[in-house]
Design a protein. Structure first.
Length: 421
C-alpha cells in the first residue's frame, strides 16, 4: 500500500517532478506511518517526514525553508525541533494543518513558495498548469486592477490566462497571454483602479444568482473522505471511511430527488485517492459545488462538534483570497447542521487544503462530529441522525441558490419544500 500511494503521488506529480529538478529526491522515498495510541484511537494515515527523521530529503526541506527565511541554513540533514517549529509556522501561514509533517501536500506548497513574480515566464499551459507564489501574486495584481481571474489560488488556469490577455489588450501590449518582462513592467507601473471591496467576489455571487434558484440541472460532487485501505479516524467501534460513505449516499439520494446530478468521488471499493485526484474529478465533472464529508477525532475525548472549511487564508499579507461562495456554503451547512442536530458549533474556517484549492468551483469540507467523543459517536451510529445531517446539507445547497428574500429561516426548510417545484 505504501508503494501504491507513493507511486500514485509520483504519478500525480510527474510533471512537477520533471519540471523542477530539486523535487526529484523527495518523490522517491516518502515513508508511510500510522499512529495508534493506547486507547486504540488511530490517527489518519499520514505520509511524510517528521521530527526524528534524517537524510537528504530532510536537508532539502531545510534548504527550502531557509530560502524563505524561516530557518537558518546550517547544512544539517536532521529533522530536529527547530525544523519542526519552522514547518509548523510555514503550514500555519499557508492555512494548512500545522501538524509539523512534510507530506506530499506540504512539500508541494513548499516547492511553490520559491517563485517570486518575475522569476519565470507565466502562461496558461493546458496540460501542465503553472503553480506557485508568483502566479498568486499575478492573480492578486490583476484582481486589484479590475480583471477577473476566478479564484486567486496560485494556479494558472484558463481564466487567469483570459484576464492576462484582457490586461495586455488594455495596456496596448500584444495579447499573447504570456507574462514576460514587458507585462511585468506594465503590471508594476499601474496603480490599482479598484480599492476596497472585492470585485471578484461580487462577480462570483452575481454569477451564482444568475445560475437560477432551481436545483434541477446543477451538478454537485459529494466526496466521502478516505477509502480503500485508508479507513480515516476510528473510535467507539466506528470507522470514518465507512461512516462517510453512508452519509454521502444519504446526501446523494436526497439531492437526486431535487433534480441535482450528483457524483461521488469514490465508491466503497475504490482504492485510495489523494485530495488532488478528488479535485480533478470534480473539475472533470464540471461540478457547480463540491462537498467533502469527514468525521473528526482527537486524543482528548471531550473534543466534539461540527466544523466546516472553505478555501481561503487569514494570513495578513495574503489578503482577499477567500472563496466567497465557498464561505457562504460553509456557513449555511454549518448553521443548518448545528440547528438541526444540536452538535457543538466549532464554526467555519478558511483553509488551503488541496481539495479546496484545486477545485475550480466552490468546495466545502465538513467534519461532522468526533468519533472519539462518546456522545457524537453514539449519535453518528444512529441512521436517523445521519438522515437529519444529510437533510441539513441538502437544504444548505438549496439555500446557496435561493435569492435572499425567498430564503427561509435556518432549520425551517424541509426536503419536501425543495422537491415540490
Ligand atoms: Zn477525514
Amino acid at each position: 500500500m505504501t508503494t501504491y500511494t507513493a507511486l500514485a503521488w509520483r504519478w500525480q506529480n510527474r510533471r512537477l517532478v520533471t519540471a523542477t529538478a530539486d523535487s526529484v529526491h523527495l518523490a522517491f522515498w516518502l515513508p508511510c506511518r500510522r499512529g495508534v495510541d493506547a486507547k486504540g484511537w488511530r490517527a489518519p494515515m499520514t505520509l511524510g517526514y517528521r521530527l526524528g527523521d534524517a537524510g537528504p530529503a530532510v536537508a532539502e526541506i531545510r534548504a527550502k525553508l531557509a530560502r524563505l527565511g524561516l530557518l537558518s541554513d546550517s547544512g544539517s540533514d536532521r529533522f530536529d525541533e527547530e525544523l519542526d517549529r519552522a514547518v509548523r509556522q510555514f503550514q500555519q501561514e499557508r492555512g494548512m494543518s500545522a501538524d509539523g509533517v512534510v507530506g506530499p501536500a506540504t512539500y508541494r506548497v513548499l516547492d511553490e513558495a520559491r517563485w517570486r513574480l518575475g522569476d519565470r515566464l507565466l502562461s496558461y499551459v493546458v496540460a501542465n498548469p503553472q503553480v506557485g507564489d508568483d502566479v498568486l501574486a499575478l492573480q492578486q495584481r490583476l484582481t486589484e486592477l479590475g480583471f477577473e481571474v476566478g479564484l486567486v489560488d496560485g494556479v494558472f488556469g484558463p481564466r487567469t490566462g483570459e484576464a492576462l490577455r484582457e490586461f495586455q489588450r488594455n495596456v496596448g501590449l500584444p495579447a499573447d497571454g504570456t507574462c514576460g518582462p514587458g507585462t511585468f513592467k506594465a503590471l508594476a507601473r499601474l496603480t490599482p483602479i479598484v480599492t476596497g471591496g472585492r470585485p471578484d467576489n461580487l462577480r462570483a455571487v452575481e454569477a451564482l444568482r444568475q445560475a437560477g434558484k432551481r436545483l434541477p440541472g446543477k451538478i454537485v460532487v459529494i466526496d466521502p473522505g478516505h477509502g480503500g485501505q485508508d479507513r480515516g479516524n476510528v473510535g467507539h467501534g466506528l470507522e470514518e471511511a465507512a461512516l462517510v460513505e453512508d452519509l454521502a449516499a444519504r446526501v446523494e439520494g436526497r439531492l437526486a430527488a431535487t433534480g441535482v446530478h450528483t457524483y461521488l468521488t469514490r465508491g466503497v471499493t475504490t482504492a485510495e485517492l489523494d485530495e488532488y485526484s478528488r479535485a480533478q474529478f470534480a473539475n472533470d465533472a464540471g461540478a457547480n459545488l463540491v462537498i467533502s464529508v469527514h468525521v473528526d477525532a482527537h486524543p482528548n475525548p471531550a473534543a466534539s462538534g461540527v466544523a466546516t472549511y472553505f478555501y481561503g487564508s487569514d494570513r495578513l499579507d495574503r489578503p482577499g483570497i477567500n472563496s466567497a461562495i465557498g464561505e457562504m456554503l460553509a456557513g449555511l451547512i454549518q448553521r443548518e447542521v448545528v440547528v438541526r442536530t444540536g452538535l457543538t458549533d466549532c464554526r467555519t474556517h478558511a483553509k488551503t487544503w488541496e481539495l479546496l484549492r484545486h477545485t475550480r468551483m466552490p468546495a466545502v469540507r465538513v467534519e461532522l462530529g468526533y468519533l472519539t467523543n462518546h456522545d457524537d459517536a453514539a449519535r453518528l451510529a444512529h441512521p436517523g441522525f445521519r438522515d437529519v445531517v444529510a437533510e441539513a446539507i441538502v437544504v444548505a445547497v438549496q439555500r446557496v441558490y435561493l435569492p435572499s428574500h425567498e430564503d427561509a429561516q435556518t432549520g425551517r426548510l424541509r426536503l419536501h419544500d425543495l422537491t415540490g417545484n
